[in-house]
Design a protein around this ligand. Structure first.
Ligand code: MSP
Length: 643
């Protein structure tokens, strides 16, 4: 599969499971990918950037069950949180892929069929461990080493007939490819990790689940009784999104870069390339695995209540500040620590004291000493520094070393601030004899500010617009091509105005205020506090009237086979008898349910949950690990409407 142009660039993020709402881990890779995409566009590359959601598999099926919803209805709901988050951050992605879309499922089946036709899939029996948390199969040795736990959750023993992919056949070709392409896996310590894992001996990979144990997935094209293993399905998103419009998009594949977290390296650096080799598709250019964020030195976890919410960050600091922090604080590829104290420091030192100060004082002095008119000069004191910085910046950004790419910009910013101290424009302004020198100083400062603004555009796409506006420059900073930046092009003679600070200093939130804020937050797996504010999410009485709530009496109840969370209820609503499935088995026994008067949504579209027909949904209240079904306080007949 060859393509016709090499001026393309393709950047992807992992696609996120919809059992969770966005957190710093999702935001990190996605904001980095957005920065890279913006940088490449400013370097004149025809760039394609995608993100999306991973919606099949056991984890999502279980989360949906717990909410008493079908997996698709559940995914439809949670995917909105991701879309909304990326809207708040004004990401520049070119597409958003959901693995439940037909355009994706079609390509998954095509590729699996190709691999099958190539003789790389055979039927066998899997016996080993499975972690629903990471949707990963583990051997006995691996499971034992992990104490049969993955991210605090127990693994399950599994024995089932399914289909295997001949991964072992690709061990040597993979090693050869990695050897030949030293930058295929970055950083290099991750590359070494992959090499030793392959050399340690691969096993063929189970790539399907029998429908009796999991039906939520894409059916195998050659055996309807199996669904494709969620990871295989998910990885193919990188290609399905291009194959959706192949004439326009396939050209990007030759320059594909996958950004991932270090925990999903094996899937991307072994399974994925082996599968591509088998399907006869070229491999991506690079797989870059980044590190993980701890929060105030601790592992981030829901139970510790320290999950960093990107919506909250956007609201309290602004999207660009959060982006800047994530890119500047830690080397991409290494673990980092997030703390609000560190964010406040970055804002006050780097942004307020250095960058904001440079811009503000440069414009203010032009207003004060030259009535706002940009002077002319042919003395270019900061030119060399600036040109060197642009070179260094590109070199670092091309290598995904954002920390030092940003540090390079700050070399220019700091040098310019130091130049002010050396030149003392306030002294120069005292004598006409120094007028030329003062013109030179002011011009050099404005030009340094322009350079910094252009270079910062991929990282702080909104703040730079404000900076650009204050500099009264034409167009937008993001339209300025970095490799065409030329010193001395700041237009002289234009009129500036007294500036407003763009990066004011901020204070760290007091402990008490923070505690109060935390108390106000009532986390829910599929909503954020933003949506709970009345103004943001009001519905009309007509909206509410669409939901028909009725009292129902439970006539009979039993457990659903092979689904430990589900109860199958036979209910009576007035004259009508119905069957309903609810994810409450963890909290209620079937016996307990019989005879109860419950409240149900009577006009919900019927659905199949784990293959069992469900007509309606019962109401239950849930917080943390506690659940209570909703019932009525007085004995009313079944069928009575609730409003
Ligand atoms: N669905 C798979 C990816 C399939 S890609 C074909 C998946 N989804 S996920 O929702 O679990 O993604 C989590 C992503 O967030 C991973 O890249 C993971 O590395 C990242 N992070 C989760 N916690 C993190 C931190 N504390 N810090 C940084 N990133 C972390 O995996």
């Amino acid at each position: 599969m060859s393509s016709n142009t090499s001026n393309t660039f393709y950047i992807t993020t992992p696609i996120y499971y919809v059992n969770d709402v966005p957190h710093i881990g999702h935001a990190y890779t996605t904001l980095v990918a957005d920065t890279i995409a913006r940088y490449q566009r400013q370097m004149g590359k025809d760039t394609f950037f995608i993100t999306g959601t991973d919606e099949h598999g056991q984890k999502v099926a279980q989360a949906a069950e717990e909410q008493g919803m079908t997996p698709l209805a559940y995914a439809d709901q949670v995917v909105q949180r991701f879309r909304k988050c990326w809207d708040v951050y004004q990401l520049s992605h070119n597409d958003f892929i959901r693995t439940t879309e037909p355009r994706h499922e079609r390509v998954v089946q095509e590729i699996i069929q190709q691999v099958y036709d190539n003789g790389d899939i055979y039927e066998g029996e899997y016996e080993g461990w499975y972690s629903t948390t990471s949707e990963t199969f583990f051997t006995d040795t691996e499971a034992e080493a992990m104490n049969y736990m993955d991210s605090g959750k127990k693994m399950q023993r599994m024995k089932e007939k399914n289909y295997f992919f001949r991964l072992t056949k690709y061990a040597q070709p993979l090693l050869d490819h990695i050897e030949k392409h030293p930058n295929f896996i970055r950083p290099h310590n991750r590359r070494n990790e992959v090499i030793s894992f392959i050399k340690g001996g691969l096993q063929d990979l189970s790539i399907s689940r029998s429908k009796t144990s999991l039906s939520w997935g894409v059916p195998l094209p050659f055996d309807e009784n199996h669904v494709i293993y969620v990871w295989i399905d998910a990885l193919i998103n990188y290609i399905s999104v291009l194959k959706d419009k192949p004439e326009e998009r396939w050209k990007y594949w030759q320059n594909a870069v996958h950004l991932i977290g270090k925990d999903i390296l094996r899937h991307h650096a072994i399974y994925w390339p082996a599968l591509l080799m088998s399907a006869g598709i070229d491999l991506p250019q690079q797989i870059y695995a980044h590190g993980w964020w701890t929060i105030d030195g601790k592992k981030m976890s829901k139970s510790l209540g320290n999950v960093v919410d990107p919506f909250d960050m956007a609201e309290r600091y602004g999207t660009d500040i959060f982006r800047y922090f994530l890119l500047r604080e830690t080397a991409f590829g290494q673990d980092g620590d997030f703390s609000e104290t560190a964010v406040v420091k970055r804002v006050n030192y780097d942004l307020a004291n250095d960058l904001g100060n440079l811009l503000n004082r440069s414009i203010t002095m032009v207003c004060r000493y030259r009535q706002g008119v940009v002077p002319q000069t042919n003395q270019h004191d900061l030119k060399e520094t600036a040109e060197e910085v642009v070179r260094k910046y590109q070199d670092r950004m091309n290598d995904f070393d954002f920390q030092n790419g940003l540090a390079a910009i700050w070399e220019l910013v700091k040098r310019a601030n130091q130049y002010v101290q050396e030149q003392k424009p306030w002294e120069l302004a005292k004598a006409d004899a120094h007028a030329d020198q003062l013109n030179a100083v002011l011009y050099n400062l404005l030009e340094a500010s322009r350079f910094a603004t252009v270079l910062l555009a991929p990282v702080m796409p909104n703040k730079v617009k404000e900076m650009w506006r204050q500099l009264k420059l034409e167009g937008q900073p993001a339209e300025q091509q970095i490799h065409h930046l030329k010193w001395g092009e700041f237009p002289h003679g234009i009129q500036l105005e007294e500036p407003e600070p763009i990066f004011p200093r901020i204070k760290a939130e007091s402990k008490k205020k923070k505690e109060n804020r935390k108390k106000m937050e009532t986390p829910h797996p599929s909503t954020s506090k933003k949506e709970q504010t009345p103004a943001a999410n009001v519905i009309t009485i007509d909206d509410f009237a669409k939901v028909q709530l009725r009292i129902a009496e439970v006539l009979d109840a039993e457990k659903v086979e092979n689904a430990d969370r589900l109860l199958k209820l036979q209910i009576q609503i007035g004259e009508e008898k119905r069957q309903l499935v609810a994810g409450i088995a963890k909290w209620y026994t079937p016996e307990e349910m019989i005879g109860k008067k419950i409240v149900v949504v009577a006009n919900l579209k019927p659905a199949k949950i784990r293959g069992v027909e469900s007509n309606g949904m019962l109401l239950a209240a849930k917080t943390g690990d506690a659940l209570s079904i909703v019932t009525v306080e007085r004995d009313l007949p079944s069928g009575a409407s609730v409003s």
